[in-house]
Design a binder for this molecule. Structure first.
Ligand code: NDP
Length: 458
């Protein structure tokens, strides 16, 4: 048998790649990983982590306002963007170091550089050439820019984390996770924000009530959200940029950020030479074991475009390492994956939307509630929370839970466990609420929602 340098060579030290490397090494495999940028990947370096720090930063403006209703006199507050960036960078440096230490202490050999396949077992990293019995591809994704004249003037979320200054007016294009999150961040930091979304309603794929509720809330907070509007051209002006919109109007802005999706980083890895099959759009095609069409090559995370979320990449990387190196075969399970959008207010969601449940199950009961969060009973804020449960009318199983409101992610994580346990609405009802909390509403919604057309008929 041919002796390889490694049992496993991992491309990319992001969430999926680092998890798989560490677990495989823990099972006794000889593992190496190549990373061309910084250790930790998109989530840690220029995604979830710095984004959430920005969300915290941006929330203070509202907190200062609310404080007055609770008896505080808050002096004139001012905000220093460069201080936030410096503090955020320090934390990201720390996390980058932690990821390096985790790999080193697990005995994983690190290669700083871009890896390319020469054949199914041979990898080049700069001048180094090594061999490995198995390969795991975990190179993530990159922001996608549409083909618009002047698009070179636009930034993506990557650059948003390193801006030297924050212009007074910022325009964001897109209606997905990143667009609504950054619209909330810049708005909270006191900037005028225009968000342009090409279709009818933001957050396509989310429950319709969630989409409409969030759109209403972010408009209340002052974001100029324009739906059915896209950009046809971008021009540099003296002070900033002039955007031409699909309705023929122009819009002057200090910064234009595109958040129009991400595409898998499958180029320039040597995949064509080896014959690794790609889907349309460039995702590496894998089966339910994360295996590609080349038996010793697997892929996990955003590169495979299954569900582009860090915890999903962790699950896929872990399941791969356990299966192949730990004699613990298991497939990643992509059902009932909870998710959150750190918009303001935030969204937490798990399971089916009402639209999916009606299409897949048919007979469903809907429970929903819209209310003022207790904190805002004293403040002038008009923010409302939305909670919604989708229940299978025949089996009483809770199929979906959707929350728009403060701490939605914290609430829905627990509800995700209940859905994994196939909890019924009767079990939700039998659960004692925590009072006073917003979350108690999830176990106290007793009245089925009747669509207005049926109410009229009854
Ligand atoms: P999304 O896929 O969520 O959204 C892309 C948005 O861009 C959609 O509104 C889409 O519109 C719009 N769009 C696409 N093409 C164009 C175009 N040519 N012109 C104008 N608009 C366009 O991508 P994001 O970039 O927001 O985020 C990428 C992924 O990263 C997310 O899907 C998510 O998986 C992950 N992520 C997760 C986060 C979290 O867990 N909190 C946070 C950030 C990212 P349409 O709906 O019409 O197609």
């Amino acid at each position: 048998m041919m002796a390889y340098d490694f049992d496993l060579f991992v491309f990319g030290a992001g969430s999926g790649g680092v998890r798989a490397s560490r677990i495989a090494a823990g099972h006794g495999a000889r593992v190496a990983v190549a990373e061309e940028y910084r250790y930790g990947g998109t989530c840690v370096i220029r995604g979830c982590v710095p984004k959430k720090l920005f969300v915290y930063a941006s929330h203070f403006s509202e907190d200062f306002e609310d404080a007055e209703s609770f008896g505080w006199t808050v002096g004139k507050a001012s905000f220093d963007w460069s201080k936030l960036i410096a503090n955020k960078d320090r934390e990201i440096d720390r996390l980058n170091g932690i990821y390096i230490n985790l790999l080193d202490s697990a005995g994983v050999r690190r290669y700083d550089g871009r890896a390319r396949l020469r054949d199914a077992h041979t990898i080049e990293i700069g001048d180094d050439v090594v061999t490995s019995e198995r390969i795991l591809l975990a190179t993530g994704g990159t922001p996608t820019f549409p083909d618009v004249p002047g698009i070179e003037h636009a930034i993506s979320s990557n650059e948003a984390f390193h801006l030297e200054t924050l212009p007074e007016h910022i325009t964001i294009v897109g209606g997905g996770y990143i667009a609504v999150e950054f619209a909330g961040i810049f708005n909270g930091l006191g900037r005028k924000v225009t968000q342009l979304y090409r279709s009818e309603q933001i957050l396509r794929g989310f429950d319709d009530d969630v989409r409409h509720h969030l759109a209403g809330e972010i408009r209340k907070k002052g974001i100029d959200l324009r739906t059915d509007t896209n950009v046809t051209a971008i021009e540099k002006t003296g002070e900033g940029y002039r955007l031409t919109l699909t309705n023929g109007e122009t819009l002057d802005t200090g910064l234009i950020m595109y958040a129009t999706g991400r595409h898998p980083n499958s180029g320039d890895l040597g995949l064509e030479a080896v014959g690794v099959e790609l889907a349309k759009g460039g995702a590496v095609k894998v089966d339910e074991w994360s295996q590609t069409n080349i038996p010793n090559i697997h892929a996990v995370g955003d590169l495979t475009d299954r569900i582009a979320l860090t915890p999903v990449a962790l699950m896929e990387g872990h399941a791969y390492a356990d299966t192949v190196f730990g004699d613990l075969p298991r497939q990643p399970n992509h059902t009932d994956v909870p998710a959150a959008v750190f918009s303001q207010p935030s969204v937490g969601t798990v399971g089916l939307t009402e639209e999916q449940a009606r299409a897949e199950i048919g007979d469903v009961d809907i429970y929903k509630s819209t209310f003022t969060p207790m904190k805002h009973t004293l403040t002038p804020s008009e923010e409302k929370t939305l909670m919604k449960l989708i229940v299978d009318a025949k089996t009483d199983r809770v199929l979906g839970c959707h929350v728009v409101g403060p701490d939605a992610a914290e609430m829905v994580q627990g509800i995700g466990i209940a859905l994994k346990c196939n909890a019924t609405k009767a079990q939700f009802d039998a659960t004692v609420g925590i009072h006073p909390s917003a979350a108690e509403e999830l176990v106290t919604m007793r009245t089925k929602w009747t669509p207005p057309e049926r109410q009229a008929a009854e």
